[in-house]
Design a protein around this ligand. Structure first.
Ligand SMILES: [Fe+2]
Ligand SMILES: [Fe+2]
Length: 178
């Protein structure tokens, strides 16, 4: 839930960006780039990663109520929509910089999906999902999950920069080292 508060701040910035583009101003490609990196690395890899790879994984082993099982399926589907939409937004941004026609419309469409989806997604998790789900876990199970969250977070910075270096090497035709 703490991580949701940071994601909401980026969504608010993107709502502002959407308003300015709808008023006919140029899209702020820098704000888009920072936001896309945030959504990719923080919201999707770090935050959804902990939800999907740890919390949801363990919840799927429990005999959830039909209501919680339904919400779990919706949350997973919403993560997929968000992941795909951020990818579309990133491509539209590249095309916008290359002055391609329609790119701005695609930016607008993707931003609208994201700013509509996230507040509702976060509210569903905060108000209707996380707290009732905790009743399915014992205290040792919850403690083990927290430890796994921490290990997941610790590993991320290494994962991100290893992949960045690999990308730079492949762009330069350098053989990657082990
Ligand atoms: Fe989520
Ligand atoms: Fe979340």
């Amino acid at each position: 839930m703490i991580e949701h508060r940071l994601i909401e701040r980026v969504i608010r910035l993107w709502e502002g960006l959407l308003d300015t583009v709808e008023e006919g101003k140029a899209a702020d490609t820098e704000l888009l780039a920072y936001g896309i990196d945030f959504m990719h690395t923080y919201a999707d890899r770090c935050h959804h990663g902990k939800e999907e790879d740890i919390l949801f994984r363990d919840l799927k082993k429990k005999n959830l109520s039909p209501e919680l099982a339904r919400i779990l399926r919706e949350l997973v589907d919403e993560h997929v929509i968000s992941r795909n939409t951020v990818k579309e937004l990133s491509c539209a941004r590249e095309r916008y910089i290359a002055k391609e026609k329609n790119a701005l419309n695609d930016i607008l469409a993707a931003l609208k999906v994201i700013v509509n989806l996230y507040p509702a997604h976060i509210q569903k998790e905060d108000k209707r999902f996380f707290i009732p789900c905790m009743e399915y876990f014992t205290s040792p199970e919850k403690e083990a999950m927290i430890r796994e969250f921490e290990a997941f977070d610790r590993n991320l910075i290494h994962e991100k920069y290893k992949s960045l270096v690999k990308g730079m090497e492949s762009a330069k035709g350098v053989k990657p080292q082990k």
